[in-house]
Design a protein around this ligand. Structure first.
Ligand SMILES: [Zn+2]
Length: 222
């Protein structure tokens, strides 16, 4: 057995039997060992063998700022668009994952060594391409059909987008007034969310993807 020190494993030592669990001596033994360990840690810090790491006060806000700061300035601006007051929080979280490329598509699961079988990697809509993020929501024939019907409904020309940032940017160009921006963006959210739900129903419940049905659901969720 060895202990990780500053990311690398320390010297090996063998584990031997001590006193039994629940033995009244156990807490005293723990204190004696912890005291000695604390002394060793302090000594290692003085010799600069350990590097300190300040944890600070963890809050949801600090985590969010840290996550925003991980990407480029453009990423930060994009990620701020996820949080709409008019959208359910689970939908906002899903859009966040979409922008971060963290949606559990079949390709993403295969990269994490989740075994799906070679043929199961195919997109459930077209059955001919591997299911990766941009394909599922934008470049798949079924997804493009959905976007076309959606923009026909909004009386807008459809433009082929290849990823989420590009697609939302195009959608945002057409909002009518500044106060209407969030409800307008909600329309785009509802398309993404509806495609994802229909994909899950096709995979897990064997339902057939259907453009008319998905359009009804998009209008309902908008
Ligand atoms: Zn497809």
């Amino acid at each position: 057995m060895s202990v990780l020190i500053n990311g690398s494993s320390g010297p090996q030592f063998s584990v031997s039997r001590g006193i039994r669990q629940e033995d009244p001596m156990a807490p005293f033994l723990f204190l004696i060992v912890a005291e000695g360990l604390m002394g060793l840690v302090k000594s290692a810090i003085n010799k600069e063998l350990f590097i300190g790491f300040k944890v600070g006060l963890f809050t949801l806000k600090s985590f969010y700022s840290q996550q925003i700061g991980l990407g480029s300035v453009d990423d930060g601006a994009l990620l701020k668009k996820c949080w709409l007051t008019c959208a359910p929080s689970k939908v906002c979280c899903f859009i966040w994952k979409l922008f971060r490329g963290r949606v559990a598509t079949k390709e993403a699961l295969a990269e994490r060594n989740v075994c799906l079988g070679q043929h199961n990697l195919n997109c459930v809509f077209c059955l001919s391409h591997c299911e990766f993020l941009d394909h599922l929501f934008f470049t798949c024939n079924f997804a493009m059909d959905v976007w076309k019907h959606f923009y026909d409904w909004l009386l807008m020309p459809m433009r082929l987008s290849v990823n989420s940032a590009d697609s939302l940017h195009y959608h945002d160009l057409h909002y009518i007034e500044v106060n209407c921006r969030d409800p307008w963006r909600m329309l785009w959210f509802s398309v993404i969310w509806s495609i994802w739900l229909m994909r899950n129903e096709a995979i897990f419940e064997g339902k057939r993807p259907n453009i008319r049905m998905i359009m009804e659901l998009i209008k309902l969720r908008s």
